[in-house]
Design a binder for this molecule. Structure first.
Ligand code: HDE
Length: 712
């Protein structure tokens, strides 16, 4: 396929370009018709025998409208049911021919169209976005060699080692079957029963209980292919690879308290965030990275590189950054794009191949199988979102919902009536040739002994966490296992995680009301992998959201100066007040209120600024919601800025440790644990600079970690 055609598929940003895809219809300036194209004269009244009489069978419009409605739902995905998608494109930075012959990884000028679907795993389609869970990060590359799907997660490892246990872990994790409780949560007996009886889950549970499982945004998550794949070059040389997505905005999380509150106040928090960012032109970007291991080095590591419960520490096997994905277009229609998208770990193109990772091997069966039911039959590749931009030619025919009208009498191979067309392509013509790996063995239901260690990398992960991150993990155990009813399971959790770290197990025990381990355990691993701690991620202010608390009588000069500085740093600001409408400053200027206390909360923002103004202060002090705004932003370790009377409001809201002691008589910026204030300044530039820096740090964990201890 030529470059031009490929780039065409990417550049669908404006209306005119979108007409290229004839299946996108917007229905403006049209007359209502039935599905048969017959114009409809009335769609509000059914056809009746008399105005007050029964509806007539011959009302074909009523029957068609109702029948279609009755059949609008398809089964939700058995896992990853709740998701949200966006379009974009991928570009490689430099030719990768040395490592892979995949054509989409050769030419930096080619934009390969992509569709990405982010998801949670456990909850139903209507569940909340911010629950504690693994996030799916599935990418479909519409390459000139056919579709390549990188069906990834935001955690680099998995619960189990062999795909045959997937139904078991999912059954244990999903709501319990007798009463379908709890929704979208791991905090229940069956999951922890599974965990203590299947200790290979130890490492994954550490990640699941870490901040990684409550991301701030889809735009701020890493993606990991998890399984080990292969790159193969055109000489047939292969290397083991693991795939990574690295968000340019860094990896950031919510706090558990925020996540829980958002689940009630804004269950669509993540999808809205993605949708709005793309609409505002703040296109999420993710760099594509690969870790590579030479075939000859397969056995040189202290873990088995085919074991999906292990990651390859970046400090040992560096991630080579090879390209970038930009998400620049929202879907037109949720159902036909996000819901009908069918990803498959087995959709690969020449240059990418599989390994014998036993989890991957099972995935290769499962994904197509599940689409057959969910999308009703074998023709789901013809649904627009799944349709390759590469030509599709074969002798497959018929089946539910066949769209292609295949011409001619020949639907078999080999044939002479059509010159044996479509004919297989040779290796040189880019026919897919599986990597020529030598395999031999006896049939056996057994896992390799090299998969036996379940704890060393769990300790490595624990060692890599900052003190604040460790505290969050302990608290997560307290919530998740604290909700388990069976006391014996709780006790076994403590014993199991004593194998990871003695102090961790002790702290878990304290919070869940069972005995601490008799002897502190651990694996003896002392190494860490700094790359897995979010403390070391990229920190920046771009696209962050600040709430500005103000009321009638606010100081307009201050607010305008702060808003201008924030905007200049790529930060969004919303004015929050008691009522929607306008507020008036002390000098009579009017400002539109973007959100009221009723429609917002500090949990929806990354930082808070409290404006000055005597009357504004007096007004703010009347509302508990305004006080709550400040207390929550403080507890959630967010940057807080205040000027003049705004500082008095922080004191009123009992943000104690910083404000009270300050000799704030002269115009000087004070910063303490992310709280930035200034009084009596004629110019706020020193303040805004510090405040923006504090915002870019995202969280100021010292507020919850001043003693540096893992107290239970
Ligand atoms: Fe999946 N997984 N999975 N999975 N998975 C599905 O396919 C499966 C695994 C992942 O946005 C299903 O279309 C098995 C690992 C994502 O549409 C199903 C095993 C990773 C998505 C399935 C795994 C994933 C799915 C359900 C163990 C990270 C959502 C609906 C052997 C690398 C894709 C569907 C989307 C979805 C099977 C393990 C990622 C049932 C058998 C490991 C992101 O086919």
């Amino acid at each position: 396929m030529d470059k031009e055609r490929q780039n065409e598929a990417v550049n669908l940003e404006n209306e005119k370009d979108q007409q290229l895809e004839s299946f996108r219809v917007d229905h403006t300036n049209t007359k209502l018709t039935t599905n048969q194209g017959v114009r409809v004269s009335d769609t509000d009244n059914s056809l009746k025998a008399g105005e007050r009489g029964p509806t007539l069978m011959e009302d074909f419009h009523f029957r068609e409208k109702m029948t279609h409605f009755d059949h609008e739902r398809i089964p939700e995905r058995v896992v990853h049911a709740r998701g949200f998608g966006a379009h974009g494109y991928f570009q490689v930075y430099e030719p990768m021919a040395e490592f892979t012959k995949a054509n989409f990884l050769q030419d930096p000028s080619v934009k390969t169209p992509v569709f990405v679907r982010f998801s949670t795993v456990v909850g139903s389609r209507g569940s909340a976005d911010t629950v504690r869970d693994v996030r799916g990060f599935a990418t479909k590359f519409y390459t000139e060699d056919g579709n390549y799907d990188l069906v990834a997660n935001n955690i680099p490892i998995f619960f189990i080692q062999d795909a045959i246990k997937f139904p078991d872990i999912v059954h244990a994790l999903k709501p319990e079957p007798h009463n379908e409780i709890p929704q979208a949560s791991a905090a229940h007996d069956t999951l922890w029963d599974f965990v203590v009886n299947n200790t290979e889950t130890a490492h994954m549970m550490m990640w699941l209980l870490s901040d990684r499982a409550i991301p701030r945004s889809f735009r701020m998550m890493e993606g990991f292919g998890v399984n080990t794949f292969r790159f193969v070059n055109d000489q047939g040389k292969a290397r083991f690879v693991k795939f990574h997505w690295k968000p340019l905005l860094g990896v950031h999380s919510l706090t558990w308290d925020e996540a829980q509150k958002l689940a009630g106040k804004d269950p669509d928090f993540h999808r809205k965030d993605l949708w709005e960012a793309i609409n505002m032109g703040e296109y999420p970007e993710f760099e594509f990275g690969v870790q590579m291991i030479e075939e000859k080095d397969e056995f040189t590591f202290d873990f088995d590189i085919l074991d999906p419960t292990k990651f390859w520490p970046e400090e040992v096997i560096p991630v080579k950054i090879i390209g970038k994905m930009t998400l620049n277009r929202n879907q037109d229609n949720f159902f036909t794009e996000t819901e009908q998208a069918a990803f498959h770990a087995g959709h690969v193109v020449p240059g990418i191949d599989f390994s014998n990772d036993p989890l991957l091997q099972g995935r290769l069966f499962s994904y197509t199988d599940t689409q057959l039911l969910r999308l009703s039959g074998p023709n789901f590749h013809e649904i627009p979102i799944n349709k390759p931009i590469a030509p599709v030619n074969n002798n497959q025919r018929d089946g539910f919902h066949r769209m292609t009208i295949d011409r001619g009498s020949v639907s078999y191979s080999r044939n002479s009536l059509r010159g044996n067309s479509p004919e297989p392509a040779s290796d040189k013509e880019n026919g897919y040739v599986h990597y020529n790996e030598k395999v031999e063995g006896q049939k056996i239901r057994k896992r390799s002994d090299s998969f036996n260690d379940h704890y060393q990398q769990a300790t490595l992960f624990w060692n890599s966490m900052s003190n604040a991150e460790k505290k969050h993990i302990i608290k997560a155990f307290h919530f998740e296992v604290g909700n388990v009813k069976d006391i014996a399971i709780k006790q076994r959790v403590v014993e199991m995680f004593n194998n990871v770290d003695g102090e961790l197990a002790k702290q878990i025990a304290i919070g869940i009301g069972v005995n601490p381990p008799e002897t502190p355990g651990g694996t003896g691993v002392t190494a860490s992998s700094p790359a897995v701690s979010q403390e070391n991620t990229f920190k920046g202010a771009l696209t962050r959201k600040v709430a500005i608390l103000a009321d009638n009588g606010f100081n307009a000069n201050e607010v305008m100066e702060v808003i201008t500085a924030l905007k200049g740093a790529g930060i969004h600001a919303d004015i929050i007040s008691k009522n929607l409408g306008m507020i008036t400053s002390a000098d009579g200027q009017q400002l539109e209120v973007n959100k009221s206390y009723a429609t917002s909360g500090a949990i929806m923002y990354d930082a808070l600024y409290v404006a000055g103004g005597e009357q504004s202060l007096a007004n703010l002090m009347m509302y508990k919601e305004a006080k709550d705004f400040v207390s929550e932003a403080f507890v959630h370790a967010k940057a807080i800025g205040a000027t003049n009377e705004g500082i008095d409001f922080l004191t009123f809201a009992e943000v104690k440790n910083v404000i009270i002691a300050r000799p704030e008589t002269q115009a000087q910026v004070f910063t303490d644990m992310g709280i930035v204030t200034i009084r009596n300044a004629t110019d706020l530039s020193a303040f805004t600079e510090e405040f923006i820096h504090a915002i870019s740090q995202h969280r100021h964990w010292l507020r919850e970690d001043q003693d540096g201890k893992l107290t239970g």
